[in-house]
Design a protein around this ligand. Structure first.
Ligand SMILES: Nc1ncnc2c1ncn2[C@@H]1O[C@H](COP(=O)(O)OP(=O)(O)OP(=O)(O)O)[C@@H](O)[C@H]1O
Length: 262
């Protein structure tokens, strides 16, 4: 099992940020995590990455139980994490190739000398994520979409069992967003690829490879399970608290606000 959370709660300043979270992710299941601003998605990811501890409940990630066999460093080496906060911590002077290489050492900059095998792997991933053409460019000079794809290549360098993509399409234009989603789909379809958690605000980004979805609302699991059951007009209407309609086009869901309830 990749994630096993049992009755997790997390309190800050006397109020529950997360409450009653019982959630399991099996190996090879790709999950979309959908929630509005402030629903607790960031805290949920911080728990998985062992940056935060629960106030109560038990949590096991990749077989490591917090407080027992718990080793944050060991755990994080097996998780590929792509988020705005990782982006902010990168070294200013590194080119895209160096950023990807640094993923092999779970470090922000390059402190170790990469072997030929590691260099080959980095080149392979740059190609796979369509970043090879700008491998020599300074990371800082890349567009947001290019940066995100480099960060995903970097996260895959350590061959993680779990890949967490935290709003990877944030700030991307339409084309860059579609390219990003195509890359995510390719990774998800890889036979020995990582289990993916894809955090988003947008229903239309829930690709068919995300067969499972977690709906997070006000710090609690609203529903979790098969995407096909959850992405339904009635379910989304009660989840968002406004009348909405879900339609499907080219295997992608679309959400539209309805004027009034029928
Ligand atoms: N230190 C803190 N003390 C109390 N409340 C906090 C603290 N940090 C965050 N919160 C609150 O916890 C809630 C959940 O925050 P979180 O950042 O996990 O939401 P999110 O789903 O990631 O939102 P977004 O989509 O905007 O990134 C929010 O209501 C936020 O205001």
């Amino acid at each position: 099992m990749i994630i096993d959370m049992q009755d997790i709660s997390l309190k800050r300043e006397g109020r529950f940020i997360l409450n009653n979270i019982t959630w399991q992710v099996e190996n090879g299941e790709h999950w979309a995590i959908l929630g509005l601003n402030g629903s607790g998605k960031t805290f949920l990811l911080n728990l998985i990455n062992a940056y935060t501890f629960p106030s109560s409940g038990t949590i096991k990630v990749l077989g490591l139980e917090f407080g027992k066999t718990y080793l944050a460093e060991k755990l994080r080496k097996q998780i590929g994490f792509v988020s705005a906060s990782v982006q902010n911590r990168l070294h200013k002077g590194d080119n895209a190739f160096e950023v990807v290489l640094s993923g092999a050492f779970a470090s922000i900059g390059l402190y170790d000398t990469p072997t030929d095998e590691i260099r080959e792997r980095a080149i392979g991933l740059l190609r796979e994520l369509d970043c090879y053409d700008y491998a020599n460019r300074l990371y800082d000079t890349l567009s947001s979409g290019e940066k995100q794809r480099v960060l995903i290549a970097r996260a895959l360098m350590a061959e993680p069992e779990l890949l967490i993509l935290d709003e990877p399409t944030n700030g991307l234009d339409f084309l860059a967003k579609e390219q990003m989603l195509e890359s995510v789909e390719r990774i998800a379809e890889k036979e020995k690829g990582p289990t993916i958690l894809f955090v988003t605000h947008h229903v239309d980004e829930i690709l068919p490879v995300f067969e499972h979805t977690l709906l997070l609302k006000e710090g609690e699991i609203y529903e979790a399970g098969e995407t096909s059951r959850l992405l339904d007009s009635d379910m989304m209407t009660s989840f968002f608290g406004v009348p909405v309609e879900i339609s499907e086009k080219n295997h992608r869901p679309f959400l539209k606000k309805r004027e009034s309830l029928p």
